[in-house]
Design a binder for this molecule. Sequence first.
Ligand code: LIP
Length: 266
Amino acid sequence: MAADPTELLALAVDIATAAGELALRRRREGVEVAATKSSIVDVVTAADRDVEAYIRVRLAQARPGDAFLGEESDASAGTSGLTWVVDPIDGTVNYLYDIPRWAVSIAVVEGDDPATWRALAGCVVNPSLGEVFAASIGGGASLGARTISASEPATLGTSLVATGFGYDAAIRVAQAEAAVRVIGSVRDLRRAGAAALDLCDVGAGRLDAYWERGLAPWDFAAGALIAAEAGAVVSADDVRDGRRLVTAAAPAIAPEFAALLRRAGV
Ligand code: LIP
């Protein structure tokens, strides 16, 4: 089945928008923890699972030959060479606490390795705000009908930077210690709880830069494409102890930001 990035993007936007409405309806009906995963604070709700199941069925109907990689269910292989990478609710803790900053994230990629795969299309929907971020390879990035582009901060010292913390307490402490070594060299830090939206916000110029180590492919697959197509400098090839560092920064500060993160031992 031919893979036209703009057609793949239209499919991703259609499915992510419907999945977002389902997740929002479930949120309004009340949400409980269904289980915990890597730690007591790494929670999954029934809505995470049901929204992923919905997305999976829609994708299998539209593109039966494609592979699937999702946060909440077993991966499946395909014959087309394309893989759909899905986070049904990115920012699950925000979703649990009814903080309106969680998103449905859908990307389609060629290749298996997150450091080198070629993302063809990606969509991140924040249903609480009715915001749809989207990008196709070489096609630029948008927020709704608006084309978005990364910011042009004057200096790193006046840049607004976001980051995130993992579900393991000892790792969180080490991440916080690294953040202490960053915060004095930037305008301020933000920790908003959803990597996919943090990456999109760099693409939209709402943030000047973002970093997080320990992300899973579904947390960043779509957001990384959206940030890159909006002109941000994005990287996801640094893996240490099995934990991947994902960064996105406005071009004007990208080299300095990367150097700061190295000095901080991120
Ligand atoms: C979350 C990320 C967030 C990170 C959390 C978690 P989830 O994804 O969006 O940036 O700090 O540790 O990985 O678990 O809500 O899909």
